[in-house]
Design a protein around this ligand. Structure first.
Ligand code: SAM
Length: 234
């Protein structure tokens, strides 16, 4: 099995297993930082009334809940049916469609969306393919904002490293007898984060794919990174 298909099957196994408890686990896993990160992402996306927005790896629709009743239309796509079913049950006003699909082979015609957003998905993908799909999806002048966990860096790196590679792995071991899905998630995610090179590759990929104004920021002192850029108008 190739590295890419191993990552995809890990993602599918993790998220089909934890889908009922995902929203709670997300808050816990990010030490309650995710709401702030999503608000930051939405601020950078500067959504305008009527925008058609693609959320890649929308999961249970946590981002859509934060968008609330802004007058935009969101199309969510995700690899895992169980996550999409939970998003659908929320019956969120801004959601136009929820579709099963792979971030590396998106099932849409080119240049359809004004904005592309994505949270916690790029580490499961080949960075070049993920960015190429975003470039294909966006209209000229369209905006992308994404974030994901990053390998611990900066002054808080020892603390983040201890949390991700120490505490979470330990929780994975403890959870084994009580919830195999949570145990699998907490034991696999630290490895996925440790092996991912998305944060080193994405800027070059965005530039090669025709994006301008590529910027990034570190979230909560190094636990995650956000990148944003605009697709060239010409
Ligand atoms: C950590 S969850 C994030 C969900 C949502 N974006 C959020 O912020 O809560 C990661 C999601 O990415 C999806 N995913 C992973 N790899 C994917 C791929 N190649 N294509 C589409 N979705 C993928 C998983 O099924 C899962 O729902």
């Amino acid at each position: 099995m190739s590295a890419a298909s191993t990552l995809k099957s890990t993602a599918h196994r993790v998220f089909s297993g934890i889908s009922p408890t995902y929203d709670m686990i997300l808050r816990f896993f990010t030490l309650f930082q995710d709401d702030y990160w999503k608000d930051d992402l939405l601020q950078r996306a500067s959504l305008r009334a009527g925008d058609l927005v693609l959320d890649i790896g929308c999961g249970t629709g946590v981002l859509e809940e934060r968008i609330g009743n802004l007058p935009v239309q969101i199309v969510g796509v995700d690899l895992t049916k169980e996550m999409l079913l939970l998003a659908a049950q929320k019956k969120l006003e801004c959601v136009d469609a929820l579709l099963l699909g792979d971030a590396e082979r998106l099932p849409f015609v080119s240049e359809r969306f004004d904005v592309v957003l994505s949270c916690y998905v790029i580490k499961y993908c080949k960075t070049e393919d993920f960015v190429a799909q975003i470039a294909r999806m966006l209209k000229p002048g369209g905006m992308v904002v994404i974030y994901d966990f990053a390998r611990p860096s900066g002054v808080l790196a020892p603390l983040h490293g201890f949390y991700i590679y120490g505490i979470l792995r330990l929780l994975g071991k403890f959870a084994k007898g009580y919830d195999p899905s949570i145990s699998f998630t907490f034991s696999k995610l630290p490895n996925v984060i440790a092996r991912s090179t998305w944060e080193d590759e994405i800027e070059g990929c965005l530039v090669r794919a025709g994006f301008v104004g590529v910027r990034h920021k570190t979230l909560s002192g190094g636990g995650a990174k956000m990148f944003w850029a605009c697709k060239n108008k010409f």
